[in-house]
Design a protein around this ligand. Structure first.
Ligand SMILES: Cc1cc2nc3c(=O)[nH]c(=O)nc-3n(C[C@H](O)[C@H](O)[C@H](O)COP(=O)(O)OP(=O)(O)OC[C@H]3O[C@@H](n4cnc5c(N)ncnc54)[C@H](O)[C@@H]3O)c2cc1C
Length: 589
């Protein structure tokens, strides 16, 4: 058993009262996904993650995955059994279409389950996460035959998926990849090249692995315009669709890493492997963009998940550990939770975690709206909001993941630095989330380079204006809400100034907006968090769960008064331009 406690009541509160899930459940096709059903489902998922997955987390870290001499990869002891149970229970299938064996639930529900899976064991959760990316690509761009061949087994989890983008010389710059795809006479392609850092590229959890590989066909244009996407199964399929002869793909080695030791990160060699083109030639980047929104939101959610897991440990420790005497306390000693500074650390974690969960689920609801809302105008606007929120969720969630797991270690004192307590693992595991799926620097560049200018800036300004609408409600809610109202207005003003500067500067000095892009993204994360926390505080009186109802106002006030003001502090870094960054020569740095 583990001490992991799934945050189902908060998830239920957020879905019902903060992010507008009930509207999604009214869309045609989601009749079965009403709130009561979903909350019941999340309860079962949480129990499953706590009992079947969470116990594998620590041993996964200490044992790690390893590669055998024959190129096979063995995952840590309990992973195989946990994965079988995960597949048997059908958790991976919940948010995918029923026609391929999925549960037909909204993506929002899938993300809430994913949060708990990540909390239970992030390294293990990466296998379903990468499979989800491959499923997304096939759902949108696969032929009917490809969908029928691969999707049912991938959605059930019997087969897993990978995403093969990175090569030694092609990291953030995917366009630099050189893996080749040469047409065969039968319409297939021979794929040759080396991919690095491929998550679950080889493993023993499933009978088949479906690799999605980016490669160039002969004569393809340079850069990202000349990339195509191929299905490369580990085993070629027999006539009856079962895995048959081994394809020309092998795992050359696996990496020794700072964290996620249970997740094999593989160097993959493709040696004339048979590949099947998805869509048309040179569509590879477009296919990647389709899956990117959901994959980036999922990675942002990993930041949330590990923050939650580390926080739970820190809170328990703070209640048990006794040191010194707190002001006003009687007796021999006090639990450290009685000291103001420890409370500050715990409340900082709890408030940021609440803000992150609200932000991730708000993004997921917009994603569902963008795909399933009955009227086109709603779909189009929701897609714009998803575009804006995705880089923010990815970066803000994973930066906070790094900061909050570190803060959790601080609560433990010296014991936090000692591996046995387990909190150090969360700190190590979460580090990668700010790097993969597009580094956080690339996310910030995406926000100011691609998303800011949508409709000449009208899209981002409309989002800001819609956030201001909460002011009247906060004013009507009375004195308890006054500081939330005042701070939110101040910080929205700062964000508006930064946004207007970005829009003014974008054309004349693109380097200047890139220079301020990371602090600007952080401002967005902080202010969106404050806005959603204010919504929570306003909704709290109608929550059925007393614990939730009693905590929302305090959390929102703490966030507004003590965390949110950092946004205005970032205004000058956001708008400083690039001059000082380039005032020293590269050698002088
Ligand atoms: C554990 C692990 C698992 C992974 N899983 C997968 C996987 O399953 N599939 C896959 O294809 N890849 C995977 N990756 C690769 C990962 O996505 C890349 O490491 C990541 O995209 C960054 O590329 P890079 O490492 O080459 O860094 P670089 O691109 O060299 O970046 C180095 C630094 O420069 C910055 N930088 C680079 N270009 C720019 C720019 N234009 N503007 C601003 N800053 C810039 C970056 O932000 C970063 O700080 C994984 C990596 C790891 C470590």
């Amino acid at each position: 058993m583990s001490n992991y406690r799934p945050p189902v009541s908060d998830l239920a509160f957020v879905l019902e009262h903060v992010v507008g899930y009930p509207e999604i459940a009214e869309y045609p096709g989601f009749e079965h996904a009403n709130l009561d059903t979903v909350v019941g489902l999340l309860g079962e998922a949480g129990d499953f993650m706590a009992s079947a997955v969470a116990p594998s987390n620590r041993v996964g870290d200490t044992e790690g995955a390893h590669r055998e001499a024959d190129g096979s990869v063995v995952t840590p002891g309990p992973f195989k059994h946990a994965y079988k149970e995960y597949v048997d229970a059908g958790w991976g299938a919940v948010p995918f279409p029923e026609e391929f064996g999925g549960g037909g639930f909204p993506w929002t529900v899938g993300l809430a389950i994913q949060e708990m899976l990540g909390e239970a064991n992030m390294a293990f959760a990466l296998c379903p996460l990468l499979t989800q990316g491959a499923i997304d690509a096939l759902l949108h761009y696969g032929s009917d035959e490809q969908k029928a061949t691969y999707l049912p087994k991938m959605i059930s989890g019997e087969w897993t998926g990978t995403m093969n983008l990175t090569e030694p010389q092609a990291g953030s710059d995917v366009g630099a990849l050189t893996t080749r795809a040469v047409p065969n006479d039968d319409g297939t392609f021979a794929i040759t090249g080396q991919k690095i850092f491929i998550t679950f590229g080889e493993h023993d959890l499933s009978e088949q692995i479906i690799h999605l590989v980016l490669a160039r066909t002969p004569g393809a244009p340079e850069g990202t315009k000349g990339i195509s996407c191929f299905i490369v199964p580990k085993f070629l399929l027999n006539e009856d669709g079962t895995p048959g002869e081994r394809n020309g793909v092998t795992c050359l080695s696996i990496e020794h890493k700072l964290g996620i030791h249970g997740s094999p990160t593989c160097v993959m060699e493709y040696d004339g492997a048979t590949g099947y083109l998805i869509g048309e030639e040179n569509l590879g980047m477009r296919i990647m963009f389709v899956m990117m929104n959901s994959a980036r939101l999922s990675v942002g959610t990993q930041g949330l998940a590990l923050s939650e897991r580390a926080y739970q440990g820190a809170r328990d420790y703070a209640l048990e550990r006794h040191q010194g005497l707190a002001i006003g306390a009687t007796g021999k000693d006090s639990a450290i939770v009685e000291f103001p500074d420890v409370r500050r650390m715990l409340l900082t974690q709890k408030a940021y975690i609440a803000a992150m969960r609200r932000l991730m689920l708000f993004n997921a609801v917009q994603m569902d709206k963008s795909k399933h809302a009955p009227d086109e105008q709603t779909r189009v606007r929701a897609a714009e909001i998803v575009g804006l929120l995705t880089p923010i969720c990815k970066s803000f969630g994973t930066d906070l993941g790094n900061e909050l797991t570190s803060l959790a270690i601080q609560v433990y004192g010296g014991m936090g630095f000692i591996e046995e307590t387990g909190v150090a693992q969360h700190y190590r595991d979460v580090r990668i989330t700010a790097i993969y799926e597009g580094t956080n620097g690339i996310q910030a560049a995406d926000l100011v380079g691609r998303k800011l200018g949508v409709r000449d800036g009208a899209s981002i300004l409309e989002l800001l204006a819609s956030m201001r609408e909460i002011d009247a409600e906060l004013a009507a809610a009375g004195d308890d809400y006054e500081s939330i109202r005042t701070e939110l207005t101040t910080q929205l003003d700062a964000l508006q100034s930064a946004t207007e500067w970005m829009l003014r500067t974008a054309r004349k000095d693109p380097n200047a907006i890139l220079a301020g892009s990371s602090p600007y993204l952080r401002m967005w994360g902080l202010v969106l968090g404050g806005w959603l926390m204010a919504r929570s505080a306003l909704a709290a009186p109608s929550a059925e769960d007393r614990e939730i109802a009693d905590t929302q106002l305090v959390l929102a006030r703490f966030y507004a008064e003590q965390l949110l003001p950092q946004a205005a502090g970032l205004l000058s870094a956001s708008t400083a331009g690039a001059d000082d960054l380039f005032a020293l020569t590269s050698q002088q740095l």
